[in-house]
Design a protein around this ligand. Structure first.
Ligand code: ADP
Ligand code: MG
Length: 846
């Protein structure tokens, strides 16, 4: 129950604040006009502070503030210039206002108990310098060395440091009697140190400090490794709290030890428990920087700057969603109140967490709504005709009928293209679901309506494939397509550019370079981006800058949760091709180790004998590019000479000249090459239905989405296809890389999980979900790639619902105040621009 405001007048501390504030305010009034007439402020403030301090015990932070207040006036009348005096007065008012807030918080009967009140919630005051500009190196106790460590954790400024949230929590508030400790759990004990013993093992220069702690029920040994300085801290006779993992000691179950121990020396009443005896936060650590240090830093930062945290959420929004003020939320995520639900903390769904998440999401959504508004204001250059004759012709020349899913998606696209609003649609469909032919329909409709179109793909190889597949079909309906690549003769290239500029060619197929630099279109009406996930977000701005206002269609095989689509594109419409063309048999997937290689070659040999073709893929990552390339080249030679001398083995990688790549791919397509050794250049788009086996070397090095894409290269015809994952070294690495607590490190277990997921499912959505689970949303979604930087508090999967609410709130906010000009929205507007202007290419709000 909150304390009634009127009670303030009976509170001696409030009375003290009132007494001290009055003369100071008087001195400040009318531009310090009365300052010369004010006397004896030094003595007055000092007396008031001392008396107040004598009245009761305050939380440490308040006592510090009181003493600072007194210090401000010690030499006030004797040594200071007028300007310095004015500065002191301003500081004093800020301190007083902070004390006011502190006092309120402390006197709330339902509030936190004193021990857990690590630092009182802050109140507003205006900082000299905003926290987002204040480098962390100037914070108390942070030197140059620590600055580097903190920057590694992403905390360059005080604000960023305060927003560096714990990733989990431990409840150390419950004290367990020593006699009840059982190995396996993490527990806290409280007792007196009866003995300490330091030993140094010669091997590996290990130092061990063994501390015996006794309570009324027994003695437990706490063990510290390589922290010799603790000998001076943990002295016999001290009362301490310790917590850590309970392990069986030398005497087996009869004697237990505490490992990975955290401790707190219990002194007099001034103790502020940070590390035990409460729910403590665990942060991401880096070498030389522990959670313990982080907590100490946080306590310091909160005490020093907590009051200066800026409230950016409008009060009405906070009230509607019941969100606590920023200072309180930050305080509580770092130092949770006693009895906070541990699960809620760990999941990041306490009201403090929700508030931080909401702030982040609202800032983003407002920025997106703004950008969207800018976009909608663009008039659309063309209206398309859904009844062009070329569409009917296309149906005649296509060797198959569209699946019902393809039909539906094309209708959705058609509706967009006919409307007067620019199209901004995403087509999602698993590998092999037939996105290309849907794109082809859109191309034909646009060109039939008198426009030009561009089909952009991530690699040159894919551009060529699309060109080879589509150009004849387009020609059959009377449309001319050109391929624009960086290779080839300059003369040909210039000719191609001319045809686009004059409008003689209607369809341009190529890489990202299509919409850049020298390429000019006569009437660009539609841009299709294939394999969008390989590109990152298409900057509409780039198109607009060139004077184009085309409809945009993006296609991807990577399923994106609706929330993310909304996050990135705002009003992006999503269509899903949720069906494969008829007659497909699911690809059978096998996982072999190096020792089983003969089996692989046997299976491959059988398929070759049956007249089918094979891909063999090698990983190629940038850091080890040279080595990888060599492996692929040697692999091809070895296969040709030793394993399949009767077949023709081709080699394809990104470093080859364009003409050679084209030749090789054409030969594979025509069947004159039967085994294609390739790097991941064939990951997307390549379509050779007679290829029925895909062997992936070092499968453990690929990401799950990538493996699924690669596997999608086979199973494109009516034949049963096979994907063989060769996982080299997996078992050995798994043994070698076991982290301290005995769990295998992520990358190894991650690789195993990835491969298992692939063997177990052919469904892109199932695989994507699994990928999401293994990697977590940030990495899975490739947020950076999509143009969304990592969030500090939000988690797009967990917070889908909050995102929806934030979106509604953003829309309402911008309806009420379209230019964000109201005074109560200034902090919000500034924060939004700070965070998103660059990243979302936001224009200025008028
Ligand atoms: P993706 O969605 O992975 O880009 P593609 O567009 O490359 O898939 O199509 C995969 C294969 O399926 C191609 O060989 C294509 O010709 C074929 N295909 C597409 N649609 C159909 C259909 N409706 N009926 C039969 N085959 C189809
Ligand atoms: Mg495709």
């Amino acid at each position: 129950m909150p304390r009634p405001e009127s009670a303030d007048s009976h509170d001696p501390f409030q009375a003290f604040l009132h007494r001290v504030t009055r003369p100071i305010q008087f001195a400040c009034r009318d531009a310090y006009a009365h300052l010369p007439t004010v006397r004896n402020l030094d003595r007055f403030v000092s007396e008031q502070v001392i008396n107040t301090l004598g009245e009761r015990v305050y939380p440490r932070a308040m006592e510090m503030d009181l003493l600072s207040l007194r210090n401000l006036f010690v030499d006030f009348h004797t040594r200071l210039t007028r300007i310095e005096q004015q500065d002191r007065l301003t500081k004093a008012l800020a301190l007083l206002s902070r004390l006011q807030g502190d006092a309120r918080a402390v006197s709330q009967p339902a509030g936190p108990s004193k021990e857990n009140q690590v630092h009182p919630p802050p109140v507003r005051s205006s900082p000299a310098r905003p926290l987002w500009e204040l480098s962390i190196q100037y914070a108390k106790g942070v030197g140059p060395k620590r600055t580097l460590l903190l920057e590694r954790l992403g905390a360059h400024t005080v604000e960023q440091a305060l927003w560096t949230l714990p990733w989990r929590y431990e409840d150390r508030s419950v004290i367990t009697p020593v006699a009840e400790l059982v190995p396996g759990a993490t527990r806290s004990v409280c007792g007196v140190i009866t003995r300490t013993e330091a030993t140094r093992a010669r091997v590996r220069r290990l130092s061990i400090l063994d501390v015996a702690v006794q309570d009324a029920t027994g003695t437990v040994h706490a063990v510290f490794f390589n922290q010799p300085y603790l000998e001076d801290v943990l002295k016999e006779g001290l009362r301490v709290m310790m917590s850590g993992r309970v392990a069986a000691g030398r005497g087996g179950w009869t004697e237990v030890r505490l490992e990975a121990t955290q401790f707190e020396v219990l002194g007099g009443g001034e103790d502020e428990l940070l590390h035990v005896g409460r729910i403590v936060s665990i942060y991401h650590e880096t070498k030389g920087w522990t959670s313990r240090q982080m907590r100490i830093l946080m306590q310091g930062l909160l005490a020093e700057y907590g009051a200066d945290m800026e409230e950016v959420l409008p009060l009405s929004v906070r009230a509607r969603h019941r969100l606590p003020p920023i200072g309180e939320a930050i305080q509580q995520v770092h130092f949770p109140l006693p009895k906070t639900d541990l699960t809620a903390l760990d999941q990041g769904v306490t009201s403090a967490h929700r508030r931080l998440v909401f702030e982040e999401l609202l800032l983003l959504q407002a920025a997106i709504v703004l950008r969207q508004r800018e976009m909608k204001e663009e008039p659309k250059a063309f209206r398309f005709n859904p009844h062009v004759s070329q569409l009917k012709q296309l149906a005649k020349v296509l060797p198959f009928a569209l699946t019902s899913a393809q039909e539906r998606v094309f209708h959705e696209i058609q509706a967009d293209m006919v409307s007067s609003r620019p199209m901004n649609r995403l087509v999602q469909g698993d590998v092999g679901s037939g996105k290309t032919v849907v794109a082809l329909h859109a191309l034909v409709m646009a060109c039939g309506s008198g426009c030009q179109t561009a089909l952009m793909v991530p690699t040159e190889i894919l551009a060529e494939q699309h060109y080879l597949n589509l150009a004849p079909l387009l020609e059959a309906v009377g449309l001319k397509a050109v391929l624009l690549t960086s290779g080839g003769k300059a003369k040909d290239r210039n000719e191609t550019l001319k045809q686009l500029e004059s409008g003689a060619a209607q369809v341009a197929i190529g890489t990202h370079a299509l919409i850049q630099k020298k390429v000019r279109f006569a009437r660009l009406g539609l841009v299709i981006v294939d394999e969008q996930h390989k590109f990152g977000v298409l900057q509409r701005k780039t198109l607009l800058e060139k004077g184009y206002r085309p409809d945009v269609l993006v296609m991807t095989a990577t399923p994106i949760p609706r929330t993310l689509a909304m996050t990135v594109y705002g009003d992006l419409d999503v269509s899903v091709i949720d069906m494969l063309p008829p007659g497909r048999k699911p690809v059978r997937t096998l996982l072999y180790t190096d020792g089983q290689r003969h089996k692989t070659w046997q299976l491959v040999g059988d398929e070759l004998k049956a007249g089918r073709q094979v891909y063999i893929v090698y990983p190629l990552v940038e850091e080890s590019e040279k080595v990888d390339l060599k492996a692929a080249i040697q692999g091809a030679e070895h296969l040709q000479r030793e394993i399949f001398p009767q077949a023709r083995v081709g080699l394809l990688h990104g470093r080859l000249p364009t003409a050679e790549k084209e030749r090789t791919m054409a030969a594979f397509k025509a069947g004159t090459i039967q085994v294609l050794v390739a790097t991941t250049v064939i990951e997307v788009g390549v379509d050779v239905p007679n290829a029925t086996v895909m062997v992936i070397e070092h499968a453990e090095r690929f990401g799950l989405a990538q493996l699924h894409q690669l596997r999608g290269r086979v199973g494109r015809g009516a034949q049963q296809s096979l994907c063989i994952l060769m996982a080299t070294y997996l078992a050995r690495e798994a043994r070698a890389r076991v982290s301290r607590d005995g769990r295998p490190e992520e990358n190894v277990s991650g690789a195993q999980q990835r491969l298992a997921a692939l063997v177990n499912s052919n469904d892109g959505f199932v695989i994507a979900e699994e990928d999401l689970r293994i990697r977590g949303p940030g990495e899975f979604l490739g947020l950076r790639q999509w143009g969304v930087p990592e969030f500090r508090a939000a988690n797009l999967v967990r917070d889908a619902q909050l995102l929806e609410q934030a979106r509604q709130e953003a829309v309402a906010l911008l309806e009420q105040d379209p230019g964000l000009t109201l005074p109560q929205h200034q902090a919000f507007k500034a924060a939004m621009f700070r965070r998103w202007r660059g990243k979302l290419a936001l224009g200025d709000v008028s």
